[in-house]
Every structure is written in C-alpha cells, then in structure tokens.
Design a protein around this ligand. Structure first.
Ligand code: ADP
Ligand code: MG
Length: 234
C-alpha cells in the first residue's frame, strides 16, 4: 500500500502539491490524470523519495520513504517520460542488469531477473542489441524491463506513451495488462486516456495539487472535460 497523507510540496513559494492525500492498495491499476502543471510528476517523484515533502508523509507498506529511500526504490519501479534519458548502458541486457547489479545480487540471480524482465516485455531475444538502434516503442519496453528487474511491487509510468505510434502504444499497454494481471500495481500518469480507461481499476484526477476526482474510470469519464482532460470516447 502506498499511503500519501496531507502532502505539501513547494517550488519556491508556489505549492505544487497542496495537502494531497491518497492511498493506493497493492495490485491496483490506477490512472493519474490532470492538466499540465496539476502536480502529477511532482507527486510520483515523492513515491520513491526523489523529492522530500515540505510537510505530510508518503509511506510504502508503512515505511516512510524519506526514512528508507532504498526500500522505496526497490518496491517502486519508475519509468519517466523520456526513457532515453534513463538508460545507463549501450546494450539492452547491460541496461536491464544495472539495477540488480547495484543491489549486489549474485550473477545467476541477476541473469534470472534480466531474462524474466525482458521476457515480460517480449524482448527476450534483444539482449545484445544496442539501445540507440531500437524503435521508440522498444525503448519504452526496455525502460519498463529495467524497472521490472528490480521486482517492484508497483510500476509507476510518467507519460510513458508520449511519442509512441499506435502499434507501439498498444504493445506497451498489453504488457502492462499482463503485469497487472500478475499482481504488480500499475500507476500510469497520462493526459491521453485512449484505450487506457477500460483497462484500469481506478482514475484519480489532480487539479492544482489536489485530488479532485477519484472513481472507477467508467464513472469518471464524463467529468473529465471540466478538468481539462479529454474524454477518450469523443
Ligand atoms: P504535471 O506533471 O501534472 O504537469 P508538475 O508536477 O510537473 O505537473 O508541476 C506542478 C507545478 O509545479 C507546476 O506549476 C509546475 O510549473 C511547477 N514545477 C514543476 N517542476 C518545477 C521545477 N523544477 N521548478 C519550479 N516549478 C516547477
Ligand atoms: Mg508531468
């Protein structure tokens, strides 16, 4: 369970998160939406202590993430909008192995995790391929595999689909479905709900750093245009 209580975060004087509270149970598939600047990225960067609250708390399984960022970072895998900026190695296999190597795992466990993570995104044959030679959709899947190799309880994706063509987008979404079905919590930050709203359990909308809507996606859709988010059915 990720538990956010009364979270306030300011950049200078401006509150990007303004007393936000939210609980996300294990295994949930949750969409986080809202207009540009509503605080989505700022919120998810608190989940694994990339940002520290000005006030309020973020706990993962009852551990405060600011007390134990390492635990938070192994439980919560993050994939950012530009996966290209996240890669640390030249080849697919080396990049996906990087996280487990830093956990100090032995070689056979690292190999097992890399194989399982690449298998989960259908890139099992791509270990030796150069990342810079992959398509955008393949790069997004490598970034997801890198997060999965940490065996996180939750996978958080901040605008992971921007810039992907439709087949690549569908492929990534199908892989997320499979992960969610296997019990991994999935949190997708997006302003484009097309083909996502029917897959998720829950939709949370932010506006000016607060939760303004928290419902099942099908119940939430009608209210979205008022929040500056396009209704994907239109
Ligand atoms: P979203 O991801 O929903 O677009 P952000 O969390 O990026 O929203 O931004 C929330 C608010 O914080 C916005 O008003 C934005 O301008 C501001 N903000 C975000 N990052 C920074 C930063 N590094 N420095 C100053 N202000 C920022
Ligand atoms: Mg953002």
């Amino acid at each position: 369970m990720i538990e956010i209580r009364d979270l306030v975060y300011r950049y200078g004087d401006a509150a990007a998160l303004d007393g936000l509270s939210l609980s996300i149970p294990d295994g949930q598939y949750c969409l986080l939406v809202g207009p540009n600047g509503s605080g989505k990225t700022t919120l998810v960067r608190h989940f694994n202590a990339l940002l520290t609250p000005d006030s309020g708390t973020v706990t993962v399984d009852e551990t405060d993430v600011t007390d134990d960022p390492v635990v938070a970072r192994t439980q919560i895998g993050m994939v950012f909008q530009h996966p290209r900026d996240q890669f640390v190695a030249a080849t697919v296999g080396a990049d996906v192995a990087f996280g487990p190597e830093n956990l100090g795992l032995d070689r056979s466990e690292i190999d097992h995790r890399v194989a399982a993570a690449l298998d989960a995104v259908d890139l099992d044959g791509a270990r030796e391929r150069r990342i810079d030679a992959l398509s955008g959709g393949e790069q997004a899947r490598v970034a997801i595999a890198g997060a999965l190799a940490m065996e996180p309880s939750y996978l958080v994706l901040d605008e992971p689909l921007v810039g992907l063509d439709w087949p690549a987008r569908e492929s990534v979404l199908d892989h997320l479905d499979a992960l969610a079905a296997d019990g991994t919590g999935v949190i997708v930050v997006t302003h484009d709900l097309r083909d996502l709203h029917e897959r998720a359990d829950r939709l949370v909308a932010l506006h000016e750093g607060q939760v303004v809507l928290d419902e099942s996606p099908s119940d939430a859709l009608g209210a979205l245009p008022d929040l500056g988010v396009r209704d994907p059915r239109c």
